[in-house]
Design a protein around this ligand. Structure first.
Ligand SMILES: Nc1nc2c(ncn2[C@@H]2O[C@H](COP(=O)(O)OP(=O)(O)OP(=O)(O)O)[C@@H](O)[C@H]2O)c(=O)[nH]1
Ligand SMILES: [Mg+2]
Length: 302
């Protein structure tokens, strides 16, 4: 518990860029010439926070598509609005659930559309092109899960924590389609505090370097605004009257997490809250909203 207190409360303030990410970025740069299309996955619950700002420069000139994955965990109406928002900006985007059956057809259709011209150009020269698609994104958004779904079997390792995929892995789908799995990539300075916190909520930053009790308290506060009924239903001792700063304690109380001496085990409660949110057990909820139609910039963030 004491250690927890020394950890950073503010993900945005963390000065960090694990060596393996710098290495992963170099790997992508080295393989760029082989890649025909970049399929970027973001988390549908927080599409702003989970888009890597470095990708525009890294993949400039490449054909690109954007998949809002884990759509099953986000608010369905908000998903639609995000797709509309990206389309308006000329970005080819779709909502998917990599863990569901139809993700395969959806993803393949998008890859085919994005590479149609390249394929046609070579066909005119009598060559049948093999399309190579890079599956990229921040940690834990479901890249490897999507690859396994498209392959129809478990070819890439997956897991409910960031940093599961460590190196590059080509997965052959058909003689004319190959996918490149890649390690989740973040950027050196996370910046905006709210967005950085969303990344931490989603499980894209290693919990080991975070103060998870502070994090879970903030998540509960956000959920009390976004999905109060579902939250109170799940944690019975938590309600609209619970004072800010005591939300986690109310969760510990709800679950009977009490240590010797009658102290509430808020660390255990924090792990539970984060795990349950990440697995979509609390509510289908979107942390970020696209701008309303009359506004053009400034998507709103809770
Ligand atoms: N509910 C839901 N869970 C998903 C979905 N896609 C992936 N997951 C889960 O999210 C977790 C992360 O999935 P991975 O495929 O390992 O993510 P990744 O992007 O490859 O992660 P790294 O390799 O660590 O960068 C796993 O527990 C998956 O089961 C989805 O569409 N819906
Ligand atoms: Mg992976």
């Amino acid at each position: 518990m004491e250690n927890e207190k020394e950890k950073s409360v503010s993900p945005g303030g963390i000065n960090w860029y694990p060596g393996h990410m710098a290495k992963a970025k170099r790997m992508l740069e080295d393989n760029l010439k082989l890649i025909d299309v970049v399929v970027e996955l973001v988390d549908a619950r927080a599409p702003l926070a989970s888009r890597n700002p470095d990708f525009d420069r890294l993949f400039s000139g490449k054909s690109r598509v954007l998949l809002l994955n884990k759509s099953d965990l986000a608010d369905p109406a908000t998903n639609k609005r995000w797709i509309g928002y990206y389309k308006q900006q000329g970005i080819e985007a779709a909502g998917v659930t990599a863990s569901a059956q139809n993700a395969k057809t959806q993803a393949i259709r998008l890859i085919e559309r994005a590479t149609a011209e390249q394929v046609k150009r070579l066909e005119e020269k009598g060559v049948k092109k093999t399309v190579r698609a890079l599956i990229a994104g921040i940690p834990n958004v479901g890249k490897s899960t999507l690859i396994n779904r498209i392959a129809g079997e478990k070819r890439a390792q997956t897991g409910d924590k960031p940093g599961v995929t460590k190196g590059k892995q080509w997965v052959k789908i058909t003689p004319h389609l190959e996918l490149l799995d890649s390690p989740g990539l973040l950027w050196p300075k996370l910046g905006d505090e709210t967005l950085a916190e969303h990344l931490a909520f989603l499980g894209s930053i290693n919990d080991e370097i975070l103060n998870i009790e502070e994090l879970a308290e903030h998540l509960l506060s956000a959920l009390r605004t976004l999905a109060p009924d579902a939250l109170f239903e799940r944690y019975k001792k938590l309600d609209a009257e619970t004072p800010e700063g005591e939300l986690l304690k109310a969760v510990a109380k709800s679950r009977g997490f009490i240590l010797k001496g009658g102290v509430y085990d808020t660390e255990r409660a924090a792990r539970i809250v984060l795990d349950e949110f990440r697995a979509g057990k609390i509510a289908r909820v979107s942390l970020e909203q696209p701008p309303k139609e009359e506004e053009t910039d400034n998507p709103s963030v809770t």
